[in-house]
Design a binder for this molecule. Structure first.
Ligand SMILES: Cc1ncc(COP(=O)(O)O)c(C=O)c1O
Length: 439
């Protein structure tokens, strides 16, 4: 085939590993459809309900008429026409944050986006104003964030995460090092609750220290929270950074993908930071993000927002109430996976794993490098998929760990998947002469 264009003439990001990562992982999954997938961070599909879509849409339509007083013509326009750039369920998002998270926020500070992914993109686009700007991000980092930053020519500087979710001393050191090098760290991106991919959570004490550090260093924090509603235990959920934020240091990203449905592609950003305009007026960062959004996706699909809005209304705007079944299933699966790891890789074993307090992900560390070639072999010869942790680091260095996900499988599939993973690890250890078989 004669090429018409060369990739070298396109934006460099299109040839970057960060942008190839999701496609690669999807392609492996498609190539081995019979493999058990402990790779996908997708929500469990048995909970999807076509009837609920219709019910939610109708519930939102009635809300427009009965609660917001819209005439039939206005209801039609709201559902069928191009719409408000910042969204039509912003008030319900604000109510949800008040009900579930104790976050009090002006609904005008909410921008409803095409998934959380667009929210990330808008925030990074707005913050990246000069080639001196860098983004700090706790490593390992969600690859969607790294890819978005790449597309915006915004370098990502890793901050050590470690078992406590964020190494505060390293964060301070990275901010100082960046500034000493003439760079401007614009924000630090992190996930305090059940992070993807590490599973780590940040303690309440460290959340407070983080906010103090952000104030001390005059730094914004970008808090991404797609998994916070899925604790595995019964205790109180810790407050989000945004709930503790009294000084508008935190830009908060939300997603309805895991709590309502990913197919709607609805997420949001809360950006209540005050921005001084060139004309001397002061507005909200949300309004600057809306300008960018108007040139990217114009507005988030009204129909998709209506479905999400109806789901929120059906449960008094509480996603805690809306996701009782999901929380129970994910907690059961997480416990099942951790117990299954202990059974198969018992003490003493060169295999280690963390025990997250909730969310979808567990990281398993093995005494050999885990790369894409091993994933292919695992899929082809053993019938189990997982995610090499190397995809979540930006430096291309070998990584001896893999991420397992519990969200899209049953306990029985977890058992099959872990049996196959144990066989792979046993064979790998034997092949490398690195210890006794496991099992
Ligand atoms: C940490 C994190 N942020 C954002 C997203 C993307 O969310 P959305 O599907 O709403 O774009 C995901 C999806 O898996 C995620 O894991």
């Amino acid at each position: 085939m004669t090429p018409d264009l060369h990739v070298a003439d396109l934006h460099p990001a299109v040839d970057d590993p960060a942008l190839n990562s999701m496609n690669f992982l999807n392609e492996v999954a498609q190539h081995y459809p019979d493999a058990v997938s402990l790779a996908a961070g997708r929500p469990y599909e048995e909970f999807f309900d076509v009837d609920a879509l219709h019910r939610h849409l109708d519930r939102f339509r009635r809300h427009l008429a009965d609660d917001l007083g819209q005439s039939p013509a206005q209801v039609h326009r709201t559902l069928f026409q191009y719409g408000r750039t910042k969204g039509i369920v912003h008030h319900l998002v604000a109510r949800n944050l008040a009900v579930d998270e104790g976050i009090t926020v002006d609904e005008e500070a909410v921008v409803v986006t095409v998934g959380c992914q667009e929210a990330m993109f808008l925030v990074l686009r707005a913050l990246r104003s000069s080639p001196r700007d860098v983004l700090l991000a706790v490593a390992p980092t969600y690859v969607g964030l790294t890819g978005a930053a790449r597309l915006l020519d915004l370098p990502v500087w890793p901050v050590a995460g470690g078992p406590t979710g964020v190494d505060l001393a390293d964060l301070r050191a990275q901010v100082r090092a960046a500034r000493a090098g003439g760079l401007r760290p614009r924000a630090c991106y992190l996930m305090p609750d059940f992070a993807n991919p590490s599973g780590a959570s940040i303690s309440v004490a460290d959340r407070r220290r983080l906010l103090d550090l952000a104030a001390e260093q005059d730094l914004l924090l970008v808090e991404d929270n797609p998994y916070g509603l899925f604790p595995a235990g019964d205790g109180d959920r810790p407050p989000t950074l945004k709930a503790l934020d009294t000084a508008r240091r935190v830009v908060y990203l939300g997603s309805f993908a895991k709590t309502v449905l990913p197919g709607a592609r609805v997420g949001y950003v809360v950006a209540d930071q005050r921005v001084a305009g060139s004309d001397g007026t002061v507005g909200l960062l949300a309004d600057q993000l809306a300008k960018i959004k108007s040139m990217v996706t114009v507005n988030t699909s009204a129909l998709a927002q209506a479905v999400v809005g109806g789901a929120l209304l059906e449960h008094g705007c509480s996603l805690v109430a809306a996701t009782v079944r999901e929380r129970a299933a994910y907690a059961r699966n997480l416990r099942h996976l951790v117990a299954g790891l202990a059974r198969r890789f018992g003490d003493p074993s060169p295999v280690r794993w963390n025990v997250p307090a909730g969310g979808f992900f567990v990281v398993v560390t093995v005494p050999f490098a885990v790369d894409d070639a091993l994933l292919h072999r695992s899929a082809r010869e053993y019938g189990v998929l997982w995610t090499p942790m190397a995809h979540f680091y930006d430096d291309g260095a070998p990584v001896d760990a893999l991420r397992l996900s519990i969200s899209a499988v049953t306990p029985e599939e977890i058992d099959v998947g872990l049996d196959r993973l144990a066989a792979l690890v046993t064979d790998e250890l034997a092949r490398r002469g690195a210890g006794a078989p496991v099992g």
